[in-house]
Design a protein. Sequence first.
Length: 284
Amino acid sequence: MQNASSKLKQTLFVFLLSTITFTSLAQTNKYAVYALKFATLNFKIPVAFTAVGTTRKDSTEICYILYLLKGNNKTILVDAGFTETPPTYNIQAFTYVRPDSILKKLNINPNDITDIILTHPHWDHIGGIDLFPNAMVWMQEQDFNYFVGTAWQKDIDNSTFNSKDVHKIIQKNIDKKLTLIKGDSIEIMPNIRVFTGSKHSYESQYVSVGTDTDKVIIASDNSWFYYNLTSLLSVPITFDQKAYVQNLKRMKNMVKNIDFILPGHDKLVFSKFQKIVDDIVKIK
Ligand SMILES: [Zn+2]
């Protein structure tokens, strides 16, 4: 028979245990972050084409990156790469592995991808979404509306888009596999928050991800290269260069070490971090 004091102890113990369980569950809302290089342009381009106002005269390589997040029972891609080029580009200009093939190096099947966070719908970031049939795609509502509507009106420059990708994202919507995000600083999943404002596309977004030790920012094309961050120079493709630079500064205020602001097209990512296999590094 229990007395009042041992009952109290038992209650306290159960309370303590539930607190511990809750804390450890909260800690599992952290992600491992990988970068996968699935394509490289076969020639260099002048740095002047990548950073508006630079005095540099040299050229730089361009690579194409998928970011992968694993944790919280999810396998998430930030952007989906491409499967073909728009008419103005030639696939022969690229050294290329299809995005679902490079994931096999990490033993990840295309069906395993639970979510794709699209930073913007340019052809080199959205084209792979149909490779991942189970994935819920997350994109900014204003970016979606512009991409499927205004972008194709007379006299609008749509050279960064592939019209076939419009059909792919509409199909995702019909399949109930599209979530439209409305605005800035929104936590879309535990420890994953998206930010807008740099206007690389009509309403491009970047992603803050909680990791074991801290967080990383996946800038994608909201900073093409580390050089854009260090020089605070905009890329030429944006609706608003001032807003672009403002958001470079904003990202720099979010982390202690700018190595952890991960750019969209910089091969330095693959020398700064721990190599897992060829063309894949673990960020955190
Ligand atoms: Zn890009």
